[in-house]
Design a protein around this ligand. Structure first.
Ligand code: SAJ
Length: 473
């Protein structure tokens, strides 16, 4: 009423018009503050529970990402409930045992004993949880299309039980737009409104399995929300347990950050693999070239050629991006080309083995070829997408008698091949050719180099050693 009176009189005096202008600004400021306060009011109860550790934390997917994250929040004083569909994992964890290399059982067990962590397969427990991190697999189908089934089934369960006012954060690596286009509608379907009835963010998982320096607690955590309030809440949540949080303006930005990081690696590995092919053809030592280039103190970052690209991320994540960009009408040509080159490396290695045996007048067919290292990278126990598996299969297909050693992987079953890890020294001495595929620190490279009749080294593990029996990538 008061504002209307001033408006009426303003037509008759400049002073009144000035006052009206000021009031107009005041109303805008008031509206903005109200809006902020209103949103803050919606998230304030949860924010307070997060600050005082009263928030019940839920982690869906207890793998190499989910379990280390659960441990950090349990260590920070929260009560954490891990949810996983695999009963065996849940039972193992509830016994206080860890199956994730980066989570030692001696660190994990006290958290279970103190009640700060428990695991379950029962999604109805979501109803009692205030925050939910989703860290489920996002594999590719054979057609290189994203397989979203794990995210969809997790969200189908979550939306049935989601507690009002809770915070949901997707961590699984995926294409830009997933949180907004796929997860948000599933959670709003029952009539909820994001930013009021629940809060939703994306935060890329950044785990470097086996990295002795960078673990979950000290890897900066990027987080972007559907609304500004969601972002603030997500940042507040992570700041309780992790050393550095990097808020960004949206879920799509956060999704794209991860894809840039891993596409950067995949393409640079593809580049250096192509350099290896070129140097091989020209008789140049690519390892020496890279080491010398790495002396450049700026503008260069060394990557190294290898037998191919393994792991659950680098060979896969970039194809989430190329799949999405194709829909947007743009070809991700670098990704496709790097994928082709990286995928060719196992074939190149087997050709190298065949040629090296040939130089010793030994046909590959019938020769004993021993593979050192089956995991996808050194000093870990993960076989996913490991190029060693491709190499073993290709050698077997060409008639070689294959065997392997890997201190982390006692047995291997793949496409009719059933192998057990051999003693690396004995098997290397007994073989016609040893191929170093994964350069685990546990191998005695000096003895292998001196005692094996032929060594094909795809990782430069024998750097500085020479001998007519050594062939490098
Ligand atoms: N590789 C090469 N040459 C290189 C580097 C790696 O051939 O110069 C190969 C490795 O042997 C392996 C594959 O590429 O087969 C992936 O290696 P990686 O070192 O990227 O190992 P990941 O996939 O376990 O971990 C990566 C993280 N690694 C690093 O940043 C060092 C990081 O990209 C992500 O945090 C993580 O994937 C993830 O979870 O996305």
């Amino acid at each position: 009423m008061r504002l209307e009176i001033i408006a009426f009189s303003a037509r008759f005096s400049p002073a009144a018009a000035l006052v009206l202008g000021r009031i107009g600004e005041y109303r805008k400021v008031l509206a903005f503050t109200m809006q902020q306060t209103a949103t803050s009011t919606a998230s304030e109860p949860l924010a307070e529970k997060i600050r005082n550790r009263g928030a019940r934390v839920g982690i869906v997917g207890l793998g190499y990402v989910g379990l280390p994250l659960a441990v950090e929040f349990a260590k920070a004083g929260f009560h954490v409930t891990g949810i996983d569909v695999q009963e065996s994992k849940v039972d193992t964890l509830n016994r206080g045992e860890s199956y994730v290399q980066d989570v030692p059982t001696e660190v994990f067990r006290p958290l279970v004993e103190s009640g700060h962590f428990r695991a379950t397969t029962d999604f109805s427990e979501v109803a009692s949880l205030d925050t939910l991190n989703i860290a489920v697999p996002t594999p590719l189908r054979k057609t290189k299309d994203p397989d979203m089934s794990f995210i969809v089934s997790a969200c189908q369960e979550i939306t049935k039980h989601l507690k009002p006012g809770s915070l949901v954060i997707l961590e699984s690596t995926t294409y830009p737009g997933t949180t907004d286009e796929l997860v948000l509608p599933m959670l709003e379907a029952p009539g909820r409104k994001v930013g009021e009835d629940f809060f939703l963010c994306f935060s890329p998982e950044r785990v470097d399995p086996g990295n002795p320096v960078y673990q979950t607690i000290n890897i900066p955590k990027v987080v972007g929300g559907i609304t500004a309030e969601c972002t603030k809440l997500g940042a507040l949540f992570y700041s309780q347990a992790l050393e550095k949080v990097v808020p960004v303006s949206s879920t799509s930005v956060a999704e794209m950050v991860k894809l840039l990081e891993n596409t950067f690696r995949m393409i640079n590995i593809g580049l250096v693999n192509e350099m290896a092919l070129m140097c091989d053809r020209m008789g140049i030592n690519v390892w020496e070239v890279i080491d010398a280039a790495a002396t450049k103190p700026f503008g260069f970052m060394p990557f190294y050629p290898g037998p191919g690209l393994g792991g659950h991320c680098i060979p896969i994540d970039p194809f989430y991006l190329s799949w999405k960009t194709k829909q947007a009408g743009i070809e991700a040509r670098f990704i496709e080309l790097a994928g082709y080159i990286n995928g060719y490396m196992p074939h190149f290695v087997v050709d190298k083995i065949q040629n090296a045996l040939n130089d010793q007048t030994k046909p590959l067919r019938g020769s004993r070829v021993h593979v050192l290292g089956a995991a996808y990278k050194r000093n870990i126990d993960d076989l996913r997408e490991s190029p060693a598996l491709d190499i073993l299969l290709l050698l077997d297909k060409r008639g070689a008698r294959v065997s392997y050693s890997d201190p982390f992987i006692p047995t291997l079953k793949l496409d009719g091949l059933s192998l057990a890890s051999q003693d690396p020294i004995e098997a290397s001495i007994a073989s016609d050719c040893v191929v170093i595929v994964t350069d685990h620190a546990a191998f005695d490279y000096g003895t292998i180099a001196s005692r094996a009749s032929l060594v094909v080294d795809t990782r430069n593990a024998l750097r500085g050693r020479s001998g007519s029996n050594i062939v490098r990538l």
